[in-house]
Structures are given as structure tokens and as C-alpha cells.
Design a protein around this ligand. Structure first.
Ligand SMILES: [Zn+2]
Length: 309
């Protein structure tokens, strides 16, 4: 069995975002606390005892408290079921939670060399000493099997592939510590249990759907997909910011080139939007945008969702 838990479904800032007074954030603080959502991350496991995270969000501590599967085992003074963290990019909402994983428990960080270069260039991450926390580079299009803390195989195969996207915001216009050439800043993942061949895809950042990506996803049992914005100019139209979805490396849910239309003719058993920005009206129960997304077979991701494949 391949188990998946959605630790967080929101984009950077979460819902509500600390400084935001938009309709969704106000409702989340007020009479619709069910809208509250932490920043995007999932956990997965083949054996139910050892877990891997995809990305470590700034809300990780809160997510771990809320997720009993990730609590230290009963009777242990120091223990964590988390064997490793797989990073798909170097954005703050993907890496800042690593800082909450200090305190000496061993685990491994798996990331593309470009993202590892970002961590290396920021000395604050040295709090995760190399004796306990191995940093392991992952290659594009080459599956690997993350190990358990004792070195045993996890029984899970992870394959990273490139998707159209952007490098981390805070590096925009600056020299990338991992060099400015080549891919690796935005990865999608295929996660597969070896024994059963059960698998799913995690693509929380994607600027547009290419024919190659469509071919890859066709027939998938489960896809988590970038649901940052409903429409490309959403932040501008709402007066919340100057960037478009495309400017941030994120496809919109709606529109001819959007995620819903682009993936409509594929056979995918379950499609879940993740990394949903608080500006996105599809978060609101009963909104026409939510109805359109759900009517097209999509689920709006929610913290705490558990899936067994
Ligand atoms: Zn907001």
C-alpha cells in the first residue's frame, strides 16, 4: 500500500496569509475556519512506519502536530518517522521548514544539485549538520529509491522530471548559486511503490502543460497539480500584487491554456489541486469557480486528506 497524507494545500503565505485582507483570508479568520490551510507539502509511506516528505514548508511544525502518523513513536525519547525530505524546488515555501527539523534526528534531504547549491550557499541551513542530515543529489529522469535511516531500501521509487517553471523568487535577477544554466529548479515527481507498482504524481509548480507532460500523466491513478491561481491576472485584478501567475511560473486553473482544459482529455483517476493561493476563488465553498473545477473532475486540496493507493 502506498499511503499519502496532504500536510498542506496552500501556496506561499498559506490561508489566511499573515498580512492579507482578501475575501478568502478574511473568511478564513472569521466564520469559515475550514478554509484555513498550511503551505503545500505531502507525506508518503509504503510501510506506514517510515515516511518521506515532499518539501518542508514553513508550516511544518504545525503540520507535524496535526498528523499523528508523523509523531515520535510511543515510548521513545527522541524519534521521528520521517526518513527523508524530497525537495522539488528552492522556494521559501518548500525549504524553510527544514530549519524546524534541527535537533539531531537523522534524515536525508534529496534535491537537485541546483537546489542543494542554494542550501549550501545559505549558512543558516548548516544547523542541519552533515553527520545526521545527508544531502543527496537527485538526477532528472533517473529513478532512485530513498533509503530508510538504517540504510534499508524503502520500497519506494522516486523519479524526478523537469516541468516548465521558474527559479526561486529571491534569486530573480541574481546569480544562481547552482549556476544559471540548465533545468532543475522546478521538478515534478513520480512516486511509486515497487512491490505493487501503485504510483502518483506530484507537480505543485508548473507554468504550462507540454505534450510530454500530458503523455506522462495519461493513465495516472492520482495527480497532485499546481492550483496556485484561478486566472492568470488574479493578483493584479484583486489589487493584491503586480505579478501574473505566469510571471510566478504557475499555470492558471481556468482558461484555454489552463490546467483544467489542458488535462481534460487525459484519463486520470483522481486529480487534486495543491499549492492554492489565498487569492484563488475556487477555495470558497459554493463559488462558481469551485463548481467549475469540481464539475471538471478536480478536487480542491485540503490539509489532512489521506489517500491509500
Ligand atoms: Zn488573502
Amino acid at each position: 500500500m502506498l499511503r499519502v497524507v496532504v500536510l498542506g494545500a496552500a501556496a506561499g503565505g498559506g490561508v489566511p496569509q499573515w498580512n492579507c485582507g482578501c475575501e478568502v483570508c478574511r473568511a478564513a479568520r472569521g466564520d469559515q475556519p475550514e478554509l484555513r490551510s498550511t503551505q503545500a507539502s505531502i507525506a508518503f509511506s509504503a510501510d506506514g512506519a517510515h515516511w518521506f516528505l515532499v518539501n518542508a514548508s514553513p508550516d511544518l511544525r504545525q503540520q507535524l502536530i496535526a498528523t499523528s502518523q508523523l509523531h515520535p513513536k510511543h515510548g521513545a525519547l527522541r524519534h521521528t518517522p520521517i526518513a527523508g525530505v524530497i525537495l522539488t524546488n528552492g522556494e521559501i515555501d518548500a525549504v524553510a521548514g527544514l530549519l524546524s527539523m534541527r535537533e539531531g534526528s537523522p534524515f536525508a534531504i534529496y534535491a537537485h544539485a541546483k537546489v542543494l547549491a542554494i542550501l549550501k550557499s545559505n549558512s543558516i541551513f548548516n544547523v542541519l549538520g552533515e553527520t545526521n542530515v545527508k544531502r543527496i543529489p537527485i538526477d532528472i529522469d533517473r529513478a532512485f529509491e530513498p533509503a530508510l535511516p538504517d540504510g534499508a531500501p524503502s520500497g519506494i521509487e522516486v523519479e524526478a522530471f523537469t516541468v516548465p517553471g521558474k527559479g526561486a523568487w529571491y534569486l530573480e535577477g541574481k546569480a544562481h548559486p547552482g549556476g544559471d544554466d540548465g533545468a532543475g529548479d522546478t521538478l515534478g515527481l513520480r512516486i511509486r511503490e515497487k512491490a505493487s507498482a501503485k504510483h502518483f504524481y506530484f507537480i505543485a509548480a508548473c507554468a504550462h502543460v507540454t505534450p510530454e507532460l500530458k503523455a506522462r500523466l495519461d493513465g495516472a491513478p492520482l495527480v497532485f497539480f499546481d492550483g496556485t491561481v484561478w486566472r492568470d491576472d488574479e493578483l493584479i485584478a484583486a489589487g493584491l500584487g503586480a505579478k501574473t501567475g505566469q510571471g510566478m511560473g504557475h499555470i492558471s486553473m481556468s482558461g484555454n491554456e489552463g490546467a483544467i482544459a489542458s488535462l481534460a482529455d487525459l484519463t486520470i483517476d483522481r486529480k487534486i489541486f495543491l499549492h492554492i493561493n489565498n487569492s484563488n476563488p475556487a477555495l470558497l465553498q459554493g463559488s462558481k469557480e469551485r463548481k467549475l473545477a469540481e464539475g471538471a473532475g478536480w478536487q480542491i486540496g485540503a490539509d489532512g486528506t489521506e489517500i491509500v493507493l
